[in-house]
Design a protein around this ligand. Structure first.
Ligand code: MLT
Length: 408
């Protein structure tokens, strides 16, 4: 019989969000009339910006003509989109990132997992705890960890706990690590990193020859102008960091699929024989072999994000979700809960009430208020006792969910 990848057997449970969906389905079947409001998975709800839809419609019409038809596109993405990204997201913020360094893809989730293809097996890996589960599970699947302990922590990973006690800011690792996953604004805690905090990470990475994998999927939600949106706003980051960006949350592309990964030229790793190797060349090789690019139509839609109308429409979408986050924060605070995040990020992170652990609070909210959230423990052992609510929903649903929670 064919052998399976035994690393998959080390995975603790189902992936968090399908597991939540499974429990919600079971509840729904038992209570078919319960009007459930979903503030669990961070999936957007508002319609695609008009600028993106118009651009995609025009691209479909183009595809219907012999001159405008597009077959396979460049594996790295069309140059016009890469140039728009470089200009608006990086050069415009003072980062020296060129179009050539931008790889368009169908998602940051996939890219943050796929990047392991080009990294060696012996790397020592640091993640925050709690953390976006993809970083951990993809390392487990790739055989880069040991087994999980009772608390769900995998051997071989360095966990950097973040909690209210340290202001959700991870300490630099006290043991040497080679690969560091950072996500700011943070999923799940909604915390942000200041320029000085990111500088400390970049300095650490450069001093230790480590690579930072920086997930900036939520950068559009930053409200404080003093906060960096990109790791490349930090001196020295080109020498030690890869960045992931997405159109999912700002422009509503979770179902449409478009994202990007930045791999600076000259960013080096080492081969087993000690020779320096450029990561850009490896990622380019990987994408050319395993990926055929994002559809022309979707890339035209993403390009429209950077038009004058697109920029205004995306800004309005972000404002809408951040107003939801403000409502969630206000109402939960009024309900007497300790609330974090939600000011520069679309996630509100809260302490579960006395006597309820994360899954206990999940069941309580689902059962009593028919509101779905995400148990903090699903993001890591140190997330136990916390809970995440997403601001991605309609205003009416957010207000109704808060009304129900307050009346509990
Ligand atoms: C989440 O809820 O954490 C998000 O859905 C993560 C993701 O975008 O994959």
């Amino acid at each position: 019989m064919v052998q399976v990848n035994g690393n998959y057997l080390k995975l603790k449970a189902g992936y968090l969000f399908p597991e939540i969906a499974r429990r919600v389905r079971a509840f729904s079947e038992a209570h078919p009339d319960a009007p459930i409001i979903r503030l669990g998975i961070g999936d957007v709800t508002e319609p695609l910006p008009e600028a993106c839809r118009s651009a995609m419609k025009a691209a479909i019409d183009e595809m219907g003509t012999p001159e405008g038809f597009h077959g396979y596109g460049p594996e790295q993405g069309y140059l016009w989109l890469r140039e728009a990204v470089a200009q608006h997201d990086f050069v415009g913020r003072g980062c020296q990132i060129s179009a050539e360094e931008i790889f368009i893809s169908d998602g940051s989730k996939c890219d943050s997992a796929n990047i392991l293809d080009i990294l060696g097996e012996g790397n020592r890996i640091a993640v925050t705890d709690p953390v976006y589960p993809v970083y951990v599970d993809s390392n487990v699947m790739a055989g880069r960890t040991g087994d999980a302990d009772q608390a769900g922590r995998y051997g071989g990973l360095t966990y950097l706990p973040i909690s209210a006690a340290n202001g959700f800011a991870a300490q630099l690792p006290s043991e040497p690590v080679d690969l560091i996953y950072l996500c700011f604004p943070n999923n799940p805690t909604g915390a942000v990193a200041t320029r000085a905090q990111l500088q400390a990470w970049v300095d650490y990475a450069r001093a230790h020859g480590a690579l930072i994998l920086f997930d900036a999927a939520y950068e559009a939600f930053i409200q404080d102008p003093s906060l960096p949106h990109s790791i490349y706003e930090i001196d020295g980051a080109r020498e030690c960091a890869i960045e992931f960006r997405s159109f999912s949350k700002n422009a509503g592309f979770t179902g449409t699929r478009c994202a990007l990964t930045v791999v600076p030229r000259g960013l080096m790793g080492t081969a087993a024989n000690g020779e320096p190797v450029e990561l850009w060349a490896l990622w380019n090789r990987r994408q050319c072999t395993k990926f055929n690019g994002v559809s022309y139509i979707v890339q035209r839609g993403a390009e429209a994000v950077y038009s004058a109308e697109g920029l205004a429409q995306v800004k309005a979408l972000v404002r809408f979700y951040m107003d939801n986050a403000a409502i969630i924060r206000r109402e939960l605070t009024a309900a007497g809960l300790a609330v974090y995040g939600g000011e520069q990020a679309p996630y509100v992170w809260l302490k579960t009430p006395e006597g309820l652990d994360s899954w206990g609070f999940f069941d309580h909210l689902l059962g009593q208020a028919h509101v779905v959230g995400t148990p903090g423990s699903g993001f890591g052992a140190a997330g136990e006792g916390y809970f995440r609510l997403s601001a991605f929903n309609s205003r009416a649903n957010v207000e109704e969910a808060m009304r129900r929670i307050r009346s509990l």
